[in-house]
Design a protein around this ligand. Structure first.
Ligand code: NAD
Length: 525
């Protein structure tokens, strides 16, 4: 990172962005006004942004409101192969300029992006409700996390620019500095359409890389709003491109481009592995090995021990399984319950799951909104049919009322560890419950997975909690709390095995993945 002299940027210690409390009556006018502003822009058309140049395409991409699919949220361009090539080439051309911008200035841009998002927070919430089907509370958590990433990485970049002192050999000055990598392709998923996109993008930018952002085709309007926020914050338009369109159509071009230096991906295992394979190829004109940061799926388990507060465990499982309709990579999709409390657990869980309201996500009384698309709904429903054959349906089991892509919170018990709904990521409100003989058996079942993202244990037994610390093979372990809701700074996030490269987003080491270290030894005296 460049160490050119600029006034030092003074930032107060990082604190997480507070959440608005939507149950308070005084929030209502601000929510109404944000809602009116956003509603007024529904169906608007957005351009491609190639290093500041606005472009249109003949083919369009429309995003819809999953609570009411007849409603179009945004009309977007379908970037072509040429747009993809131009975006990487433009990012490559601007890279040396951006890499030379002092780190204080790049960090300051992140703080400014955070300020713009904060100023428009309720509008961002509304876009997430309308395009991603989040409830107000889930949207607020997503937008707050986006702000946290900007603020956290700004501080981290300043720290990274002052590496620790090395061993000093006699007659030498020995030092190490971190340099940016080059052009990064940023590929986020739709399920944290703001937070993950903002986190991956700002981490790359603040360390001096230029980026091409390829957002999910389910949530392009949220990406367009983020691009507007970056421009409003004064980020040089040449430092990034926003390329909407189908991942399958332009993804390979971006990943395979010889000038792409790294790919930062979050999404499914299938696409992540494809990207990893493609990125490993080295075309003749490419002079580096591409770096791939890939955070992928999960099949996250909560272990409920016999020695626990069962009500707390049931609540923890309920919110982990059905928050945002089970569409979090960290969602609990397997409850592994000690035989001694198994029947009681199911009874309590059934009654709580049946009390959850499902419906349009803008209505505050609904705990669950729609799943993201018709395709997702059909896949989830087909898994539910499989699950009904593999186990005993406790509650749910089909569509919920309404025009949107609504699915009932579904619990299927007596699931064997070889069952498909125990092993495969469903990414919807479907929970498999499995009986364990004892705690060791529960741990064995929890680890019987290709994935290793999050997990939780509910137990009052300190020795068992200690065993889980050592033996529960997940990147993010929670004890006596839900397995979702990772907070920037406190819970560095990333998983093991097929859950990805364990990049630990929002943690102290995250930025190291966007830089390369240079060691310098100078003879002195
Ligand atoms: P997805 O893999 O279908 O899509 C992710 C992104 O990849 C999208 O932007 C998509 O357009 C793009 N894409 C698709 N084909 C591509 C190709 N050939 N080349 C390049 N890009 C391509 O995933 P999704 O449905 O958007 O997201 C859900 C998945 O993401 C789940 O598996 C979930 O567990 C995972 N996820 C993981 C984390 C984590 O931190 N581990 C966080 C959130 C989501």
């Amino acid at each position: 990172m460049s160490a050119l002299a600029t006034p030092p940027l003074q930032l107060a210690p990082f604190v997480n962005e507070p959440y608005a409390d939507f149950s308070k009556a005084e929030q209502a006018p601000a929510m109404r006004s944000a809602w009116t502003n956003v509603r007024g822009e529904m169906g608007k058309e957005y351009d491609l942004l190639i290093a500041g140049e606005r472009r249109k395409s003949a083919a369009k991409l429309e995003s819809v409101n999953p609570s009411k699919p007849s409603e179009i949220v945004g009309v977007h361009q379908k970037g072509s192969e040429k747009d993809a090539l131009d975006a990487v080439n433009a990012a490559y051309a601007y890279f040396p300029v951006w890499a030379d911008v002092p780190v204080e200035q790049r960090a300051d841009y992140l703080v400014k992006i955070a300020a713009v998002i904060r100023r428009h927070k309720l509008e961002f919430d509304a876009w997430l409700i309308l395009e991603a089907g989040k409830t107000w509370a889930e949207a607020e958590a997503d937008v707050s996390e986006a702000i946290d990433f900007c603020e956290y990485y700004a501080r981290l970049a300043l720290k990274l620019a002052k590496p620790e002192t090395l061993v000093q050999l006699s007659g030498e000055r020995d030092e190490m500095m971190y340099l940016p990598l080059g052009v990064g392709v940023i590929i986020p998923p739709w399920n944290f359409p703001l937070a993950i996109m903002v986190g991956m993008t700002t981490a790359a930018l603040v360390t001096g890389n230029t980026v091409v952002i390829k957002p999910s085709s389910e949530t392009p309007t949220i990406a367009a709003k983020f691009a507007e926020a970056m421009l409003e914050a004064g980020v040089p338009p040449q430092s990034f491109s926003l390329l909407t369109g189908s991942g399958a159509a332009i993804g390979d071009t971006l990943v395979a481009h010889p000038r792409t230096r790294f790919v930062s991906f979050t999404g499914s295992r299938e696409v992540g592995l494809h990207i990893n394979e493609l990125a490993a190829k080295t075309p003749k004109e490419q002079i580096w090995i591409k770096r791939v940061i890939a955070e992928m799926g999960g099949k996250d388990a909560i272990i409920v021990d016999r020695d626990t507060n069962l009500d707390q465990a049931v609540t923890g499982v309920l919110y982990s399984a059905f928050g945002y309709q089970g569409q979090k990579c960290s969602a609990c999709s397997r409850a592994i319950v000690d035989a001694a409390v198994y029947d009681d657990f199911l009874l309590k869980l059934k009654s709580k799951a049946e009390a959850l309201s499902v419906g349009a996500s803008d209505q505050l009384e609904n705990y669950m909104g729609p799943v993201i698309s018709a395709r997702a709904r059909d896949t989830i429903l087909s898994y539910i049919e499989t699950g009904k054959k593999e186990g005993r349906l406790i509650t749910g089991g089909g569509k919920a009322d309404g025009d949107g892509y609504f699915i009932q919170p579904t619990v299927i018990a007596d699931i064997d560890s070889k069952a498909r709904i125990f092993q495969e990521e469903i990414f919807g409100p479907v929970l498999a419950v499995t009986k364990a003989r004892d705690f060791d058996h529960a741990l064995e079942l929890a680890n019987d997975s290709d994935y290793g993202l999050t997990g939780a244990v509910f137990t009052n037994d300190k020795a068992k909690a200690e065993k889980a610390r050592r033996r529960f093979f997940v990147g993010n372990l929670y004890i006596n709390r839900k397995c979702t809701g990772a907070m920037v700074g406190a819970h560095p996030f990333g998983g093991f095995n097929m859950s990805g490269t364990d990049s630990k987003a929002g943690g102290p080491d995250y930025l190291l993945q966007f830089v390369q270290a240079k060691s310098i030894a100078e003879k002195i005296g």
